[in-house]
Design a protein around this ligand. Structure first.
Ligand code: COA
Length: 208
């Protein structure tokens, strides 16, 4: 149907198109250039990757959005860990933004995650955006970011009501998110396979 968005699982034949989409979507947003396409590329072989929650959004045969989730955990102060999942990268192609696609992609896949029995989602992100999908500050629930305990940008969402009730603990990003720092040469080699784009320093970027 015309103008009808489809949200479906990513398939192997989508990988190249999706990695290009992710690169276009994140380019110069958080730093000059971006690394998220390599993070996604490597995550697909990571044991923490959740293929059942790897989705694309398609409009008239073109992939305009992508989202992935990975397994994560909260290290409890009292000992032990509480399993959780982490969302991201998520993106919508620049020319399709601001029309509710991002929110639809997130809300639809959160429902899928709930259906699979996951208890909570933890992520680093902007409350102004993720708050619209029900996320709240993790520290208000007793979950602190290991790298920055007072962080306001660590967000959480219970998929099972009460899952984070009385939880006190710390969250560390799954290892898969730091692949570019761990393997800068692998990243450079991967990035060299994409068309040239100018890296720009822009206001609002988080990293130099
Ligand atoms: C973030 C992103 C996925 C949002 O996609 P989108 O299709 O534009 O989002 P929506 O149109 O569904 O917006 C949903 C709501 O969030 C708001 N919003 C969107 N992007 C926002 C941002 N960067 N900051 C604050 N609010 C934002 C919208 O105003 C909208 O609010 P409303 O529900 O009151 O109308 C898209 O901008 C993107 O791909 N950005 C680059 C990659 C990125 O930053 N990904 C997220 C971090 S992993």
């Amino acid at each position: 149907m015309k103008n009808q968005c489809i949200i479906r699982h990513e398939e192997k034949t989508d990988y190249e198109e999706v990695e290009n989409l992710v690169r276009e979507s994140f380019w110069n947003v958080y730093r000059p250039g971006c690394m998220e396409h390599y993070v996604l590329h490597c995550f697909r072989d990571d044991s923490g990757f959740i293929p059942e929650l790897d989705y694309v959004m398609e409009l008239e045969g073109k992939i305009i959005g992508h989202i992935m989730y990975s397994r994560s955990e909260i290290k409890l102060d009292k000992g032990g860990v509480l399993p959780a999942i982490t969302l991201g990268p998520v993106c919508v192609a620049p020319e399709y933004r601001g029309r509710g696609h991002g929110k639809m992609l997130i809300n639809t896949t959160l429902e899928a995650a709930r259906g699979l029995g996951y208890g909570a989602v933890i992520l680093e992100g902007n409350i102004k955006f993720y708050g619209r999908c029900g996320f709240t500050r993790a520290k208000d629930k007793g979950v602190r970011y290991a790298a920055d305990p007072e962080a306001d940008y660590l967000l959480c969402l219970e998929l099972i009501p009460g899952y984070l009730e009385d939880v006190k603990g710390t969250f560390t990003d799954p290892e898969g998110y730091s692949v570019c720092q761990k393997d800068p040469e692998g990243f450079e080699k991967f990035e060299a396979g994409f068309p040239y784009r100018e890296k720009k320093k822009l206001p609002g970027q988080l990293q130099p």
